[in-house]
Design a protein around this ligand. Structure first.
Ligand code: SF4
Length: 318
């Protein structure tokens, strides 16, 4: 597992316009070279970058977002029953390294960008909220909880969303870093959503992520503290050497370790991706070819989840 540590970044690039906002973050990171820049795209947007090489040694870029923060939820993502749903990009890229991660197809750089003008993000949210209730995927192009020790973004967002209840928020994560938000008061319009897979699949496809056991502990802690918790079985990954019976055992294990009545709801989805991203990332991740696109097996798993968590809403997307 690679959770955030103080020596993670060798280089930190800082836009001159956010030098003041960057001070708190820099003070938490040791032994990094600091380089001032005018615009994050000088580094992030360079041509001929190698995402996979950079993934081995990511730099941090602290910047101001000049374009919008909110984007309509793409059709291949769930909306959990909401008519209007959006995702946001406070951070670009991730410290985890899932082989199926769409970010490899979307960005040419693996460096991590924090946008520090969070007040502009809140202003944009307020404007959108004038049009009525909506669902926001706050942790979309990243895993926000994994970075919380140095960003405090979740803390700042909780302060904001506590008084803006018509914005319903999902924070999706694979992180076991619940400790970073353990002192926060749960907000009833925020749901923490843990993405879980069988341990064998985690080892094969989700490099540098916490184990299933660590994620279950984080889920148990969040439930105990009173947070809304969503279980995410998405993507369902069935490979040639990992058959459906083992998936059923995994669901049994989850239901025996997590209080079924205490979770809010469940999301499930099959493996799917924008075809142009898939074409790009499969070159470096040939294991993706072993994933079975098997509708029958997906239906069996979906039905078993519905049966196991019969009192909860189960949202499925294929
Ligand atoms: S945790 Fe999510 S964002 Fe991070 S590498 Fe894995 S799939 Fe990508």
């Amino acid at each position: 597992m690679k959770e955030l540590n103080k020596n993670l970044f060798n280089h930190i690039y800082i836009e001159k316009s956010v030098k003041k906002e960057a001070e708190k973050i820099i003070s938490k990171i040791k032994n990094a070279y600091i380089i001032e820049i005018d615009n994050y795209l000088e580094i992030f947007g360079r041509k001929k970058q190698n995402f996979n090489l950079q993934k081995g040694r990511q730099s941090l870029i602290l910047a101001k977002k000049h374009t919008k923060f909110l984007y309509p939820n793409p059709p291949y993502c769930q909306n959990f029953g909401f008519e209007r749903s959006f995702y946001s990009s406070l951070i670009l890229n991730c410290i985890f390294d899932c082989k199926y991660c769409f970010l490899q197809g979307m960005f040419s750089s693996a460096h991590i960008v924090f946008f520090l003008n969070i007040k502009d993000f809140f202003s944009e949210l307020l404007k959108e909220a004038e049009n009525g209730e909506f669902l926001l995927f706050l942790s979309y192009d990243t895993d926000l909880l994994a970075f919380e020790n140095i960003t405090d973004f979740i803390k700042d967002c909780c302060d904001f969303f506590a008084s803006h209840k018509n914005i319903k928020v999902e924070i999706r994560t694979k992180s076991a870093n619940f400790q970073a938000i353990a002192n926060l008061t749960p907000i009833n319009n925020i749901t923490l959503a843990w993405s879980i897979l069988p341990e064998k699949i985690i080892k094969k496809f989700e490099n540098k992520t916490p184990s299933l056991k660590q994620r279950i502990t984080a889920i148990q802690n969040a439930i105990e503290k009173g947070w809304n918790v969503r279980l995410i079985f998405d993507p369902i990954i069935i490979t040639k050497d990992y058959e459906i019976e083992e998936y059923i055992s995994f669901i049994k294990e989850i239901s025996s370790k997590i209080d079924k009545n205490a979770i809010t709801d469940i999301g499930i989805g099959n493996f799917r991706m924008n075809p142009s991203y898939l074409k790009k990332i499969i070159i470096n991740n040939p294991e993706l070819n072993t994933i079975k696109q098997d509708k029958d097996n997906y239906e069996k798993i979906l039905n078993y989840i519905k049966l196991t968590f019969s009192t909860k809403n189960v949202y499925s997307i294929i």
